[in-house]
Design a protein around this ligand. Structure first.
Ligand code: F6P
Length: 357
């Protein structure tokens, strides 16, 4: 048995832990693992891959990034613009199938987010045995309670807020921190609560600048002269639209810039000195947290199990502390968004965090 492994979409802490889990468990079964480079792109032409042996993957569990490379643009992008769907052209599909057949690959594991798993679904629908592993710092995939990478990302957000807190206090300033997450507010919500933000703006709750300014001025009255405001890159003002940094080509829009807009407006409305920091890819870099290492490794082992049981077209899923699986179709059908009426938002509001609504 020979299986292929690839990482699609933006990289994410914990990807190497998945590889570690796949290679370790597949080797025990006597299987060979080919790691395709740069996502689905590695399936083009004669295939760009390396044979992954246990000796080569020893010690990668704790490494950030991915030893295989990844890609969130290119021939196999199934999401474009603001998340619109694109069918992968048949010529690229056929080229990939030829590579897989020539290399005698029996089944493929795709570790990816919403976009890459949509591409994986097309492989399955066209008859190739494939299983998926959910990956994204955004934690926005339906049908899994958590994805690895999210815990590492919120750790970076909380640590950054800790640092911003001290300088904000010294200068009695408002500090705005723009974080990633695309159309989901999970990173802002968890990172913001953990890092002590007084306002958190997320895509799921359209905000008014005036409400946030009011909350900041109320803090002033109570003797708190500095405030931390976390803004998700996909947050939108009531009646406003997404702030896009780059419409890009061959993939999804790149969000970015809302933090600066919010900072400018809050400064105007409160008369306070305000600064904005965009955390950007610092949230995706570095070593995974212990939780993400363990989750990633378990996901890798489960993907090999699914192949062993010939349960193709399924994605590994984490539910109630247990690693199981769901169909890829179910997983990509619905985004996992923050519930504005849910318990986490209610708890945050109960301690006075402002969401701008
Ligand atoms: O999906 C992960 C993510 O980091 C998003 O939070 C962010 O919008 C996007 O990828 C950034 O992509 P890129 O690496 O292409 O700038």
């Amino acid at each position: 048995m020979r299986i292929g492994l690839l990482n699609g979409g933006g990289d994410c802490p914990g990807l190497n832990a998945v590889t570690h889990g796949v290679v370790g468990s597949a080797t025990k079964l006597g299987w060979e693992v080919l790691g395709f480079k740069n996502g689905f792109e590695g399936l083009l032409e004669q295939g760009d891959y390396k044979v992954l042996r246990v000796e080569k993957t020893e010690g990668i569990l704790k490494q950030g990034g991915t030893i295989l490379g990844s890609s969130n643009r290119g021939h196999f992008s199934s999401k474009i613009g603001a998340g619109g769907l694109r069918r992968i052209p048949e010529e690229y599909m056929q080229e990939a199938f030829t590579t897989l057949r020539d290399l005698e690959v029996d089944a493929l594991i795709c570790v990816g987010g919403d976009g890459s798993l949509t591409t994986a679904l097309q492989f399955y629908e066209e008859g190739f045995p494939i299983v998926g592993v959910p990956k994204t710092i955004d934690n926005d995939l339906g049908a899994t309670a958590m994805t690895f990478g999210f815990d590492s990302a919120i750790q970076v957000v909380a640590e950054s807020l800790d640092r911003l807190h001290t300088t904000a206090e010294s200068h009695s300033r408002i500090m705005v921190l723009e974080v990633m997450g695309r159309h989901a507010g999970w990173i802002a919500l968890y990172g913001g609560i953990g890092g002590g933000a007084s306002s958190i703006l997320i895509p799921e709750i359209p905000f008014c600048h005036e409400r946030v300014a009011e909350a900041i001025l109320q803090r002033e009255e109570h003797g708190f002269h500095s405030s931390l405001v976390v803004v998700a890159e996909g947050a939108v003002e009531v009646g406003g639209g997404l702030v896009v940094e780059d419409a890009g080509t061959g993939g999804e829009f790149r969000l970015g810039g809302i933090g600066d807009q919010v900072a400018g407006k809050l400064s105007q409305l409160t008369g306070k000195e305000t600064r904005c920091t965009r955390l950007g890819h610092l949230q995706r870099g570095g070593s995974p947290t212990c939780l993400d290492r363990v989750l990633g490794m378990r996901f890798g082992v489960k993907a090999v199990n699914l192949i062993e049981e010939k349960r193709f077209g399924r994605m590994v899923s984490y539910q109630q502390y247990h690693v199981g699986s769901v169909t890829i179709e179910d997983a990509v059908r619905k985004l996992n968004l923050v519930d504005p009426e849910g318990e986490v938002v209610a708890a945050a509001k109960a301690i006075g965090i402002c969401f701008g609504d």
